[in-house]
Design a binder for this molecule. Structure first.
Ligand code: 4AD
Ligand code: MG
Length: 482
């Protein structure tokens, strides 16, 4: 009985080993007692379900109960029996109970009641012990696994692009500087500017905003690659959709044009959502119940027509709507909110679409995911392939209900002269991207790719509404705790 191998609660619920002696270790969620019996609910993180331990007052370890509270870590050996109650299929009749770590109920921040998400962000070091955050983090893991599986099964190679970058070519957003210079004693040039030749890398360096440019080098060698790594943007945007540190998945495929790029993006998103439906049902059911409860609290006109599971099922079973930016502008101009001047931002060919416009198209007009293509050249990155009309580029954004942009991508400019001209127009010197230009010089070919924001995907899959709640430890302006 001693030195027994620990079982994970998930496995016990799966195998239902009634009559067997087992050992579990985990954290107490709730304790309920009456004069005949105490029920201790234990969660070990393996699944959303708790194991109910039934302790009677004549048990030798009953005296330990005074130290067993929400948050206490315990190890329990005992027999699995069919549950007498209705809440669960099996429960544990303890033989030996041990306290591994106490949690003073006067000090432990989590109580056996519902806490607000705002409060839980302040105790992010403990929030993964709640059912909601346990479910989210397990789903996050499952999605990361499914991403690797999707690409591996299709012959893509995982390429590790650098996190510290010496080029600011992407222009995707403001960057965080990486330096070892002493701010109190900066080496200066004669003109009083900082002499970065003295810095660690001998030049200015930053945290990457995207692995794409290096990803293209991989695709033009290995055929098809993907990156999946941390990405940093120093924009001061305090929204429910932006993080300063997030994770991005960037596939890049040689010989693909925009059409195939869209097909890949749609197949990829549907695969991931189907994977969650097929493999994460108990966590999804828990989050669905939560979603329904939250939805009911909303004002009638803000309520979702579908619950979380229905939304996920809907996306996998309907083709995404595909249309050009130009057509989208036409739709927006003849929309009710435009005519009633309800949009805050202007709608005009050439403007960058704001999230209010994207969400109108997705949630009100088409009522399904939308892929917008062929954006004006002026509002997109220098590397996107220019179309023959001279005005648009072969860009694509995938827009999702409740999220807005979840994927951004394009076919890449493979005409070296057009690429150089456009880069210079936006202030990028040839020598800053000499290696990127070389790809167009040696063995050039059409190629395409896109970037999926991992946390935006997690928002959709979990039904959460703030991006700070789908990453363990969010980094946002003025916030880098834990
Ligand atoms: O549209 P973006 O900026 O595209 C790129 O970075 C390209 N290099 C991708 C490519 O073609 N390989 O970003 C891609 C996605 C967005 O659609 C969004 O989902 C997510 O990354 N994203 C963010 N997610 C969280 N916080 C932020 N600050 C984000 N910025 C972008
Ligand atoms: Mg974008």
């Amino acid at each position: 009985m001693f030195d027994m191998k620990r079982s994970r609660i998930k496995e016990l619920f799966l195998s239902q080993p009634i009559g067997t002696d087992v050992k579990i270790c985990g954290w107490v969620r709730t304790v309920r007692s009456n004069k005949n019996v105490s029920f201790i609910n234990i969660n070990d993180g393996s699944c959303v379900e708790n194991m109910q331990v039934v302790l009677s007052p004549d048990h030798a370890d009953y005296k330990l109960l005074c130290d067993i509270h929400t948050g206490t870590c315990v190890s329990i050996e005992g027999k699995i029996i069919e549950s007498q109650g209705s809440g669960q299929s099996i429960e544990l009749l303890p033989e030996k109970l041990m306290i591994l770590g106490k949690a003073d109920p006067q000090l432990y921040p989590l109580q056996p009641k519902e806490h607000s998400l705002e409060f839980l962000r302040e105790v992010a070091h403990l929030r993964m012990r709640t059912s909601t955050f346990g479910a989210i983090m397990r789903l996050r893991h499952a999605m990361a696994y499914a991403i690797h599986k999707f690409f591996n099964d299709r012959g893509f190679f995982y390429l590790h692009t650098p996190i510290i970058t010496g080029s600011d070519a992407e222009g995707a957003g403001a960057m965080f500087r990486v330096t070892t210079l002493d701010f109190n004693n900066l080496p200066l040039n004669e003109d009083k500017t900082v002499n970065f030749k003295e810095d660690f890398f001998g030049k200015e360096t930053h945290l990457t905003v995207s692995g794409q440019l290096e990803g293209e080098l991989g695709a033009m060698s290995l055929g098809q690659i993907y990156t999946f790594g941390p990405t940093f943007r120093a924009e001061n945007s305090n929204t429910t959709r932006h993080l300063a540190e997030f994770w991005m998945i960037e596939p890049e495929v040689a010989f693909n044009e925009l059409q195939e790029n869209m097909d890949l993006a749609e197949e990829f998103l549907k695969y991931l959502i189907q994977y969650a439906l097929d493999n994460c049902s108990s966590d999804l059911n828990f989050l669905n119940a939560r979603f329904i409860k939250e939805n009911e609290k909303k004002k009638q006109e803000e309520r979702d027509e579908m619950n979380l599971l229905q939304k996920l099922e809907f996306v996998v079973s309907h083709p995404f709507e595909r249309l050009t930016y130009t057509d989208a502008i036409e739709i927006l101009k003849s929309s009710a909110p435009y005519k009633k001047k309800k949009f805050q931002y202007p709608v005009e060919w050439g403007v960058d679409l704001q999230s209010e416009h994207e969400r109108y198209l997705v949630e009100k007009h088409f009522k399904k995911p939308v892929i917008l293509t062929d954006y004006p050249k002026a509002i997109k990155a220098f590397y996107m392939k220019q179309s023959d009309d001279g005005k648009t580029v072969k860009a694509m954004d995938v827009l999702f209900p409740g999220i807005g942009e979840i994927i951004g991508g394009s076919q890449r400019e493979d005409d070296i002269e057009k690429l150089k001209t456009r880069a210079r127009e936006v202030g990028i010197k040839d020598e800053d991207i000499w290696w990127y230009l070389d790809i167009r010089r040696f063995g050039n070919a059409p190629h395409s790719g896109f970037g999926l924001g991992f946390e935006r995907l997690m928002l959709f899959v979990t039904g959460m509404s703030n991006i700070r709640d789908v990453i363990p430890f969010p980094r946002t302006p003025k916030y880098a705790e834990f």
